[in-house]
Design a protein. Structure first.
Length: 452
């Protein structure tokens, strides 16, 4: 853990060297206790319990526009054991873990032009989410063009399964696809150039490279959004893999918003690839493309409708949305959603989706609602959902029942606002179908959110 220990030392040095200022302390513990019952491979009832504790700890400069901020979140996870099952772990302590989700110090608006962040952080850009131990710098002002740079070590989401008791995510253990090597580090660096100061125009061009002795990933990213006349917008986002020489992801869309009516049309491409050093690169990676349109209509301030249609294609080459071959590689989906507010404290909603084509036919539907009472101190919510499967392909288990099946699930939640900063939630779930015995789960959630 030398890498992360070094980062903590740098963080402490930043605090010691920084000028004194008044700070506000934010504490937000969240406690989860879970109980679950299900059937194992031998059809025996299994009772499972789990305890998870989150703690969000933030320090923020007392100012209308704070310049110094420290943000962190920690998670402590206990598997309290599995009863009445031959495959239960005889040592529940081996599954316990203490994780640092993120912990960074940020200095904003240095010389009214630079933002600086150091520590464990999660980048969000055209390539998705990316955990990183390192430094991030963003330079922007009213120059219409800004740029950011970052460098550090990838945070490995895997844990050392041979270590007992508490473990930390170890960025010094790098595990590429199918390979484990304690001696390899994953260094990463990248950056972007972006527009700034434009009210209705946004654009970014990004680059990222990761290396662990050989280049693991090398990607280009682009995003653009333009709004016209305060009612029409068009946008795109995509990332290009320089090794595979094609787009891994691309989205092109446009939308019209007339307040009470909204129309959106999008074309999305997903073509996943493995990392550049993967031993699995000889496997095919089939693309997935989807063309979809949605129409939203607000009948009034309390009633909303949404209608959607999508054409989906999965295949190993050039796609044609108008084709639906004998293997049913293409499919169609129709969706409908409804929401109705009942006064200020209650609402009901319903949804229906029809999937037809690739994989068979399926009807998805759900109904639910919620209400508050006792001056919003108690909240109740319930949702019931189901799926009717018909003419499924590649499914042997359903052949004995006319190749069809029905599954359903129910979830109910009750929240009690015990205090302005304290909330207790109780959640119950049940899932069942004609082939699997009912699965029950219960959760208790305690949240305490305070400022000091």
């Amino acid at each position: 853990m030398k890498t992360f220990a070094s980062a903590l030392i740098i963080l402490l040095a930043c605090f010691i060297g920084a000028p004194l200022f008044a700070v506000e302390v934010e504490l937000w513990p969240e406690t989860y206790f879970q109980m679950q019952q299900y059937r194992d491979a031998e059809r025996l009832a299994v009772d499972k319990t789990r305890f998870t504790q989150y703690l969000t700890f933030n320090l923020i400069e007392s100012s209308e526009a704070p310049s110094h901020v420290f943000q962190s979140q920690f998670r402590l996870d206990f598997d309290l054991g599995t009863d009445d099952s031959a495959d239960a772990n005889p040592n529940p302590a081996a599954t316990q873990s203490l994780e640092i989700m993120y912990a960074w110090y940020e200095w904003r608006r240095i010389a009214d032009a630079v933002d600086f962040r150091i520590g464990r952080q999660v980048l969000t850009d055209e390539f998705g989410f990316y955990p990183l131990d390192g430094a991030y710098v963003s330079v922007w002002r009213d120059w219409y063009v800004g740029f950011d740079l970052y460098a550090g070590m990838e945070v490995n989401p895997y844990q050392n399964v041979d270590a007992d008791n508490f473990k930390l995510p170890n960025p010094e253990n790098y595990r590429p696809d199918g390979v484990f090597d304690d001696g390899r580090l994953t260094g990463v660096w990248g950056g972007s150039v972006f527009l700034t100061g434009f009210e209705n125009t946004q654009a970014r061009f990004a680059y990222r490279q990761a290396d662990s002795g050989a280049v693991d990933q090398q990607r280009l990213g682009l995003s653009f959004r333009q709004e016209l006349f305060n009612l029409w917008e068009f946008y795109t986002i995509g990332n290009f893999n320089l090794f595979a020489e094609h787009f891994e992801y691309a989205l092109l869309g446009t939308g019209l918003d007339f307040d009470f009516i909204r129309l959106t049309i999008e074309h999305e491409l997903n073509r996943p690839v493995f990392d550049a050093d993967s031993i699995f690169n000889f496997f095919p990676t089939f693309p997935h493309q989807e063309f979809r349109g949605t129409l939203g209509w607000d009948l009034d301030s309390e009633t909303r409708f949404r209608l959607g249609y999508s054409r989906i294609y999965q295949g190993d080459g050039v796609t044609a949305f108008s084709q639906m071959n004998d293997e049913r590689e293409g499919s169609n989906e129709i969706s409908f959603d409804f929401l109705r507010q009942l006064g200020e404290v209650s609402e009901v909603h319903a949804s229906y989706d029809l999937d037809r084509g690739w994989g068979g036919y399926a009807h998805w539907f759900g109904v639910g609602g919620g209400t508050d009472f006792w001056n919003h101190r108690i909240k109740l919510q319930a949702d019931w959902s189901g799926v009717l499967l018909d003419e499924l392909l590649y499914s042997d288990i359903l052949n004995v029942s006319s190749n069809s099946g029905f599954s359903w699930g129910f979830i109910g939640r009750a929240d009690y606002n015990m205090h302005e900063d304290v909330n207790l939630g109780l959640i119950g779930e049940v899932y069942s179908n004609r082939y699997v015995s009912p699965v029950y789960s219960m959760f208790a959630v305690l949240e305490v959110h305070s400022w000091l």
